[in-house]
Design a protein around this ligand. Structure first.
Ligand code: FES
Ligand code: FE2
Length: 452
C-alpha cells in the first residue's frame, strides 16, 4: 500500500467504554418528527439556524475572489476568499437593495460581487462599493448596506464551518465542538486535495440518514462488503462534545469475500487500501481474497451534529452533508479529497466503494421513510450500546427543539435566530413589521403561522 500511508496514528477508543453496563435502551423520537413540516420548520429555527454547520475545506479556495455558494435548510449563502487579508468570509446571498441573490453560480471566482438586478456591487469583504445613481440620494450610506455576514470558523486543519445565529448567546465554535480541533490533528489534511463531489436526492427526512450514519448495528446485514474489511465487534460510536467519533479496527490479514457478495465488490478493493487478489485454487470452494492491509490507520470518522460527517481513510477523506429541503426531501452531498499523487486507479477504487456503501444506506432510508410516512409506526427500542450514537444525537435534537419551543411559547411568536433584518432602523418599516409580528407571520423569516 505504498501510496496510502498516513502521517499520524489514530487514537484507539477510550478503554473504559468497554466496561459500560448495558443500561436500558431508549426509544426513538416519534415518527411524526420525520414527517411533519411544522416540526421541520421548528427544527430550522431551533437547530439549523443556531448550530455550527460543516461546509467545506479551505484548500478549495486558492486565490482571492474564489467562492462557493450553498443552501442549508433553506438559507442561501456563499463563502469567498477575501482580497483584503486572504481569509474566508461568509455572507448571506441576498442583495441589500431588493434581495436578489448576488451569486448565481455554485462556484466561481471574482473580486467584485455584482448583483445582476440593478447593478449594485460588493467587494470580497461584503462592502457595498457601487450603487448606480445613489450617489446623490440624501441619507443613503453605502457603509450601512454591506452584505449580511454569516459567522465562519476554520479549524487548524482547514475544516470550514458556518453559524447563521444572530443571537448574542450564540455558542462559540470551540465550546460547541469541544475537543474536535485537537482530535482532528490525528489526520494530515494538508496531504490531500479535492477530487470530486456528487449528490443523492432522497425522499426522506434528514434524520433518517443520520439515524443510519450514527450506528453500525446495521452493517453486518446491510453492508456485507464493509463487514469483511472491519472487525465489526470492535465498532464503537463514542459521543463527545456535540460530535461523535466512530472507531473500528481494520482487518489486517487477507479478507475473504463471500461468493454471494462478489458481484457487488467486483470493481473495487476495500477503499483502495489494497489490491484484489485471486486465491490459488481451493478447487471445491473457490474463495476470492483481497489484501486489506490498512496499514496502521484504522480511520478517523466523526459525526458532526447536526447534519454532517467527516471520514478519513488512508487514500482519501470525504465529507457528507445532509441538506434538508422539506420534512421528507433531503439532498446528500459528498465531497471527496484524495491523497496527493494517488494513482487514478486507486482514486476510482475508493470512489466506487464509497458510492456502493452510500447507495446501500440511501436505499435503507428510502424504504424506511415510506413506512414512517404511513402513520402506523411511532417509535422503536434502541440498543444502549450498539445504537448509543443514535440516542446521543436524537437527545440533542429533542433538547434543542424543546428549549426553543419553550422560548417561542413564552414570546408568543416564532423566534428565528438567523433573522438579521432587525438592522432596519426606519420607523415606518418597524411599524409595519410590528403589524406582521402581531399577525404571527414570523418577523420576515418566512416561517408559517404556529397554531397555538
Ligand atoms: S436587488 Fe441587487 S441591485 Fe437591486
Ligand atoms: Fe450504513
Amino acid at each position: 500500500m505504498a501510496s496510502a500511508s498516513v502521517a499520524k496514528t489514530p487514537a484507539p477508543p477510550p478503554a473504559d467504554f468497554k466496561n459500560d453496563p448495558l443500561l436500558a435502551g431508549e426509544h426513538t423520537l416519534p415518527a411524526s418528527w420525520w414527517t411533519s413540516e411544522k416540526i421541520y420548520d421548528l427544527e430550522k429555527r431551533a437547530i439549523f439556524n443556531q448550530s455550527w454547520l460543516f461546509c467545506t475545506h479551505s484548500s478549495r479556495f486558492a486565490k482571492a475572489g474564489d467562492y462557493f455558494s450553498y443552501t442549508i435548510a433553506g438559507i442561501n449563502f456563499f463563502i469567498i476568499k477575501s482580497k483584503v487579508d486572504g481569509s474566508l468570509k461568509a455572507f448571506h446571498n441576498v442583495c441589500r437593495h431588493r434581495a436578489y441573490p448576488v451569486i448565481r453560480k455554485e462556484e466561481g471566482s471574482s473580486i467584485v460581487v455584482g448583483c445582476k438586478y440593478h447593478g449594485w456591487s460588493y467587494n470580497t469583504d461584503g462592502k457595498l462599493t457601487k450603487a448606480p445613481h445613489f450617489d446623490n440620494v440624501e441619507g443613503f450610506d453605502k457603509d450601512e448596506n454591506s452584505l449580511y455576514p454569516v459567522k465562519l470558523h476554520v479549524t487548524p486543519q482547514g475544516l470550514v464551518f458556518v453559524n447563521f445565529s444572530n443571537e448574542p448567546d450564540c455558542v462559540e465554535f470551540d465550546d460547541w465542538y469541544q475537543g474536535l480541533s485537537a482530535e482532528m490533528e490525528e489526520f494530515d489534511f494538508s496531504d490531500y486535495e479535492y477530487h470530486m463531489s456528487y449528490e443523492l436526492d432522497g425522499q426522506f427526512n434528514w434524520k433518517t440518514l443520520m439515524d443510519g450514519y450514527q450506528e453500525c448495528y446495521h452493517c453486518p446485514t446491510a453492508h456485507p462488503g464493509l463487514s469483511t474489511a472491519f472487525k465489526m465487534e470492535t465498532y464503537q460510536v463514542i459521543p463527545k462534545g456535540r460530535y461523535c467519533r466512530h472507531y473500528a479496527e481494520i482487518v489486517r490479514e487477507k479478507v475473504e469475500i463471500p461468493e454471494d457478495d462478489k458481484d457487488a465488490d467486483e470493481e473495487s478493493s476495500w477503499f483502495g487500501l489494497g489490491k484484489k487478489k485471486k486465491v490459488e485454487k481451493p478447487v471445491e470452494k473457490p474463495v476470492e481474497k483481497k489484501v486489506n492491509p490498512g496499514g496502521d490507520f484504522n480511520g478517523l470518522w466523526v459525526y458532526l451534529f447536526p447534519n454532517s460527517g467527516v471520514n478519513c481513510y488512508s487514500p482519501a477523506w470525504y465529507s457528507i452533508r445532509v441538506l434538508p429541503i422539506t420534512a421528507t426531501h433531503t439532498i446528500l452531498h459528498y465531497d471527496i479529497y484524495t491523497k496527493k499523487g494517488l494513482p487514478e486507479t486507486e482514486k476510482k477504487e475508493f470512489v466506487d466503494f464509497l458510492q456502493l456503501v452510500e447507495l446501500e444506506d440511501f436505499n435503507l432510508c428510502q424504504l424506511t421513510q415510506k413506512n414512517l410516512n404511513e402513520g402506523i409506526y411511532s417509535t422503536g427500542y434502541l440498543h444502549p450500546n450498539k445504537e448509543r450514537g443514535v440516542v446521543f444525537y436524537q437527545n440533542l435534537v429533542a433538547d434543542m427543539v424543546k428549549t426553543h419551543f419553550a422560548k417561542e411559547q413564552a414570546a408568543g411568536k416564532p423566534i428565528n435566530p438567523a433573522f438579521v433584518g432587525h438592522a432596519a432602523k426606519n420607523p415606518n418599516v418597524m411599524e409595519l413589521e410590528g403589524i406582521c409580528s402581531t399577525l404571527e407571520c414570523g418577523s420576515g423569516s418566512g416561517e408559517k403561522t404556529l397554531d397555538w
